[in-house]
Design a protein around this ligand. Structure first.
Ligand code: SPV
Ligand code: MG
Length: 541
């Protein structure tokens, strides 16, 4: 990182006593790629910017379209851009407006060439192209220098004498006139396959001002020759666009022929690389800072695959989660509680009588092996439906009713793994299904309220004196940790011995792997439906 302005950076490059290199870019993404490769400057090529728009290098793209494109390039990068400004898009007056607009977009420099608007690329019948009147072109340079407000902004005058079929004398005559008019450097162009013209020019020109070259046609010349000759800057003028063209043609042809993606997937940048280049991570960070907490980044997974035998005939034709409480299935109450805190993305794992679980606007993950598998298997099936894109997620049960306060506080805690523990466990009757008792770093107390409490043990084997509460069946996992969670589950369930493993086995594994599990103490606000009596009681919940 430098704290120099882009114009200062470019001027330093132009005046440095080393040979410097800048590379072509034609949009924001390619500009970023140039910068990441380590280049200290970017050539905003007229040829490649036109080409990526699908038009000719004949001023078919308007100058404001070029300007808009440059704005993306400049915004995406910290290094200076030298714009290939063709002929300045008009006369001295247009040139002045161009300079002002470039400065507003932090473009560091512009190069203009002594031909007529609309120009034609130098490699297309160059010697048939008319040159600009030299005095008129000098006026344009002067007007440009007068228009700039930043002293470091550079104007490079490009001499097309060789291109247009003139000799060294004409090239030098023009270069000198442009130098006198105030140009900060000369770009001497040649379409020969050998560097003779530009070397002859440089010998005669000496060090009157920096000289820039574009060795597209004399590409086989060793760079050392340019260095020894004292050139200031080399422009690699079109090579990113050309490499993109080759790759895109190959990919398009392969896709057309194969009708599948196998042959190309590992030869092209992954989507994650595109996201990285776009700066997706930065936005995610910013979202944490600026979006209302818990807005879009929240999801819930409801484990509801089991029948709930204890409810007898109530669950003959439907799973427990669909048993009505006050005229509404338990699952509807759960969905309402999640919706109330803004959670729309709810995945329900169905198993027993899955066809009876049909509430709208939910994502369903089916565990058809519900009879022979456990909670972790269901949870993994739910996580797999996310295909690697996770939100902060609360995992809960399809037979636990709760107040919205529970998800609210869980989502609010920033830790990767957070659970709710009810410290008033002694009065409750049934915890058998709920993963059991929790031993924590601190019991629920005033002290616990002011400090962070973590789980140390969870299960039915916590000794009576160490019980600090009962786990209520809620686990919040941060979006970041969901991926880890999925890996852990894949690992655990690869062992057939874990087919029936439940949430308490997951907690043991997390603790074994030294993950911290934050505990939020609660008193009440939830109800697990484990008996007919609970169903009746739930009516008043
Ligand atoms: C460009 O890149 O648009 C140039 C260089 O002007 S050249 O194509 O060699 O003329
Ligand atoms: Mg050009």
């Amino acid at each position: 990182m430098t704290n120099q302005t882009k114009t200062q950076q470019f001027k330093n490059l132009l005046l440095s006593d080393q040979l410097e290199f800048i590379c072509e870019a034609h949009n924001g993404l390619s500009a970023k790629i140039v910068e990441e490769a380590g280049f200290k400057g970017i050539w905003g090529s007229g040829l490649t910017i036109s080409a990526q728009f699908g038009v000719r290098d004949n001023n078919e793209a308007s100058w404001t379209q070029v300007l808009d494109n440059l704005e993306f390039m400049s915004d995406a990068t910290q290094i200076p851009i030298l714009l290939d400004g063709d002929t300045g898009y008009g006369n001295f007056n247009n040139m002045q407006r161009l300079i002002r607009k470039l400065e507003q977009r932090h473009i560091a420099a512009v190069c203009i060439e002594d031909k007529l608007f609309p120009k034609t690329n130098s490699f297309l019948k160059g010697d048939a192209q008319p040159m600009a009147d030299m005095d008129e072109f000098c006026g344009k340079i002067k007007a440009g220098k007068d228009a700039q407000t930043d002293d470091d902004f550079c104007i490079i005058a490009r001499v097309e004498a060789f291109i247009c079929g003139w000799g060294l004398a004409e090239a030098l005559r023009r270069a000198e006139a442009y130098h006198q008019a105030g140009a900060d450097g000369i770009l001497i162009h040649s379409a020969l396959a050998i560097p003779d013209e530009i070397l002859a020019f440089k010998r005669e020109w000496g060090n009157r001002s920096p000289v820039v070259i574009v060795p597209t046609k004399y590409y086989s010349t060793p760079t050392e020759i340019f260095r020894q000759s004292g050139f200031s800057m080399v422009i690699w003028a079109n090579h990113l666009l050309r490499s993109a063209v080759t790759t895109m043609q190959k990919t398009a042809q392969t896709l057309m022929e194969n009708q599948h993606l196998l042959a190309i997937e590992d030869r092209i940048a992954p989507v994650s690389e595109v996201f990285r280049l776009q700066g997706a991570a930065e936005l995610q960070e910013a979202e944490k800072r600026y979006l209302p907490q818990n807005a879009e980044n929240m999801a819930a997974i409801v484990l509801a695959a089991s029948r709930g035998d204890e409810l007898g005939e109530l669950t003959e034709d439907k799973p427990k989660t669909m048993v009505p409480i006050q005229g509404m299935p338990i699952l509807s109450h759960i969905v309402d509680a999640y919706n109330a805190v803004g959670v729309k993305n709810i995945t329900v794992v169905r198993g027993y009588k899955k066809e009876a679980v049909t509430l709208p606007n939910l994502t369903y993950a089916d565990n058809d092996d519900f009879a022979s598998t456990g909670e972790l298997d269901s949870l993994l099936k739910a996580l797999r439906t996310k295909k690697g894109t996770f939100q902060d997620t609360i995992i809960s049960y399809g037979d636990v009713l709760f107040n919205q306060y529970i998800p609210q506080t869980l989502f609010h805690a920033p830790e990767d793994f957070v659970i709710s523990v009810d410290s008033q466990w002694e009065g409750r009757t049934s915890y058998s299904r709920l993963g059991g008792f929790a031993e924590c770093t601190t019991p629920n107390s005033r002290k616990a309220f002011h400090s962070k409490v973590y789980l140390t043990k969870l299960g039915h084997d916590v000794t009576e004196g160490s019980i600090h509460g009962v786990w209520m069946g809620f686990l919040k996992v941060s979006s970041k940790a969901c991926e880890q969670l999925q890996e852990i589950l894949e690992h655990l369930l690869a062992d057939p011995a874990n087919r029936k493993a439940g949430m308490s086995e997951l907690f043991q594994e997390l603790l074994r792997r030294n993950h911290s599990i934050r505990v939020l103490y609660t008193v009440g606000h939830w109800l697990d439906i484990n008996s007919l009596e609970d169903v009746v009681q739930a009516g008043e919940f």
